[in-house]
Every structure is written in structure tokens, then in C-alpha cells.
Design a protein around this ligand. Sequence first.
Ligand SMILES: Cc1cc2nc3c(=O)[nH]c(=O)nc-3n(C[C@H](O)[C@H](O)[C@H](O)COP(=O)(O)O)c2cc1C
Length: 154
Amino acid sequence: MANVLVVYHSQEYGNTAVMAEAVAEGLRAAGCDVDLFNTNEGRFDITRFPQYAGVAFGSPDYDGYLAGGLKTFLDDHYIYKVHTQLQGITGKPYVLFYSHGGGGKVKEALISVLKHYGIGALVAEPVGSHGRPTPQVQEQCISLGKLLAEAILT
Ligand SMILES: Cc1cc2nc3c(=O)[nH]c(=O)nc-3n(C[C@H](O)[C@H](O)[C@H](O)COP(=O)(O)O)c2cc1C
């Protein structure tokens, strides 16, 4: 069974965490195993990253950019990639989700940094939420998880 990582930062209201849970629900419904990791709760051990078949990244909008915890994850990934060249560190399908308070520029920041750091391929349009994720946004997140699973399993 494909193992998928949902890594996100959620701190202020838990908005991004609600989205992460919905993405995980979609992934599980499509037959994937899921690990959820909130970078507000610690630093992810990047040496575990090669085991995952795909990734969903989530962040709140912090001044038009991604949250520091998620950026640290991406920096660790980049350094690990450059210095180990381990198989399985790149080439992963991924999707993006974000929450914001009315801005939302983090979407472009996420797209740009993920592309630049060479994780793999973005396989679906990012899903955003203004404030608390509505039932409709949660459905979009479930669909996002299913789309990622499809890209991994087909
Ligand atoms: C330090 C900080 C900076 C923020 N900057 C922005 C911003 O520039 N634009 C915006 O739309 N929302 C901004 N917000 C609002 C958050 O993106 C929004 O409340 C988000 O849903 C919080 O996600 P969380 O509950 O998962 O932590 C900011 C919040 C914080 C705490």
C-alpha cells in the first residue's frame, strides 16, 4: 500500500489542520496509508522522507509567505537532497493546500518554492480556505487527496 505524507503547519486557529485531516480522508478513501505531521509540533526527521510515495503540503498565509515550520521542512529536504543524493528523495507527486485571512498570496509562494526545491510534480490545482474551512472547502480537500492518490497509484 502506498504511504503518503501530509505535512502542514497549523497554529493560530487549527484551520490548516482541518484541511489536512480532509486531505488525509481523501487519500485513505482511495486506498493510501497516511502519516500526518504538523510542523508546529516539532521538526520532521527528513531522513524518513524517502519512504513516501507522495506528499500533500499545507500552510497558513503568513505575510504572503509560508509558515516557518513548513519552510524548515523544505530547507531540510533541500539540504538532505544535495548532500546525500539518496534515491526516493525527489520525483514525488504532490498537492498543496493553504488557509488565509483574506490575502492568500501564500499560494504563489508555495508553488514557487516547491518548484524551486525540486520535490517532484504538482498534480492538481491548490485548494485554499479563507478562515475556517467550510464543508465545501473540506470536500475540495477530500477531492485533492483523491487526486494525489490517483497520481500515485496509476
Ligand atoms: C503571523 C501571522 C501572519 C499572518 N499573515 C497573513 C497574511 O499576510 N495574509 C492573510 O491573508 N492572512 C494572514 N494571517 C492569517 C492566517 O493565515 C489565517 O488565520 C490562517 O487560517 C491560520 O491558519 P491556522 O489556524 O492553521 O494556523 C496571518 C496570521 C499570522 C499568525
